[in-house]
Design a protein around this ligand. Structure first.
Ligand code: ADP
Length: 158
């Protein structure tokens, strides 16, 4: 099974990494896709997000990082993937994730969206929270991988 895990990853967090590690145990190959043309205004450039992700998954042999534009479904097709992985945290994720999954399914019923439940300790972790914590100079070591910790230091000069 080839799977894609699309997202903004601005920046990658321990929550994302947990989903990546667990998905990589199920998939033969997992391609993490960083979305280029997101409506959200990112804090990190595409090159920075790519570099941080690449560094963080270096020890997982069947994981590859790519960037993509447009829809996740097309990104999946381009990579011959039949599965899109999404992480589910709290109830509030459910509504949007279900909408995205239904739309994707209407475009291509052969590509399945698989939801992976987050680990308890990452339930309330998001890239936004990690950025806030870093911005105020608090400890981010438990929230993001080392490659992101150093980038935060550069960015916020702490
Ligand atoms: P997007 O902008 O597409 O939501 P994100 O980078 O925020 O991109 O998230 C990508 C995916 O990872 C989404 O499926 C999201 O629900 C999931 N995710 C984000 N944070 C966590 C976390 N702490 N635990 C599990 N899944 C998460």
């Amino acid at each position: 099974m080839i799977a894609v895990y699309p997202g903004s990853f601005d920046p990658v967090t321990m929550g994302h990494l947990d989903i990546i590690r667990r998905s990589a145990r199920i998939a033969d190959k997992l391609i993490v896709g960083i979305l280029v043309n997101n409506s959200k205004q990112p804090v990190f450039t595409m090159a920075e997000r790519f570099e941080m992700l690449q560094e963080s998954v270096r020890d997982i042999p069947n994981v590859e990082v790519q960037t993509f534009e447009g829809m996740a479904i097309d990104f999946a097709k381009k990579n011959n993937a039949n599965v899109i992985i999404r992480g589910l945290r709290v109830i509030s994720d459910y509504e949007t994730e279900m909408q995205i999954a239904q739309v994707n399914r209407s475009f291509d019923p052969n590509i399945e969206t698989l939801f992976m439940a987050t680990s308890l300790e990452h339930s309330f972790l998001s890239s936004t929270i990690a950025k806030e914590v870093a911005f105020y100079g608090m400890e981010v070591e438990k929230l993001v991988p080392p490659a992101v910790v150093s980038k935060f230091k550069e960015k916020y000069n702490k």
